[in-house]
Design a protein around this ligand. Sequence first.
Ligand code: ZN
Length: 317
Amino acid sequence: MELILPEHIIFERGAISKLPEFTEGAVLLVTSKGMLTRGPVDKIKTLLGEIKIFSDVEPEPSMETVEKVKALGADTIIGLGGGSVLDVAKYAAMELNAKKIMIPTTAGTGSEVTHDAVLKVEGKKKGIKNENLLPDVALVDPELTFTMPKKLAACTGIDALAHAVECSESKKSDETTKTLAKEAIDIIKINLKKAIEGDELAKEQMSYASLVAGKAFGNSGTTLAHALSYPLSNQGIPHGEAIAIVLPHAMDFNGTDPALSQEIKSIITETGLGNVEITGTAEELAEVVFPDKRHLDNNPKEVSKEDLINIFKKILE
Ligand SMILES: [Zn+2]
């Protein structure tokens, strides 16, 4: 067994204040437009002084955005945002050989501790795994998630839940990642609903659960549900919402423990996510998923193209 994790993982309220301990040379902050007007960017400027800022990371970001970040150059890249921002920051830093410091502002992707990035290549979402994507420092400050709107809290929470469920069943999972995944599932079961309603302690717990799930799936990978979600996200359905739609079907196909499966379905229903229009036929959607061997080869049960078509038929019902 081998666990690959960042050298420093810090989880505490106010963790962002530790930034100056880790930055080196020219610093570039990668974030989203929406984050600019919120507190953390000003806080970072106060802590570090003059730094370059790139704030044009779009949702479901593309490789072209990575190129724009790379063009700015840096010795240290700080990613501040949700999974999209962190993935762009990690990929650009990898190519520039810069130090990677990741600060999540949502509670779901776990990207701050994984060596994965999901980026659009020629308009299609593509998962990339590379040990050089691994952040050097994960600064997880739960206070940064307190301002998340309800829908974002729901989407990211369901994503974290799926990471834990899928990773605990994945072919690559072992006792360590299974234990981490179980811990994350147990915390999310108790806290997601309260976190969506705005309870700060529950949000703090969700932030921790996302981190724990990230440690697990960063090493054991995700499986069928994540594979099924990609063609939905290619149509602009947010990642967590796409996951909410497909996860129940993936659990049915895989024969996930019935009691756990039932609990997870109830949690998903409570979030109210998934009332969206999906375009395309079952055959067309299956066509996109079938080549995704990275996820499908890791699934506990073998998945044929016929299986995918049948699953999508149920999803489209
Ligand atoms: Zn995910």
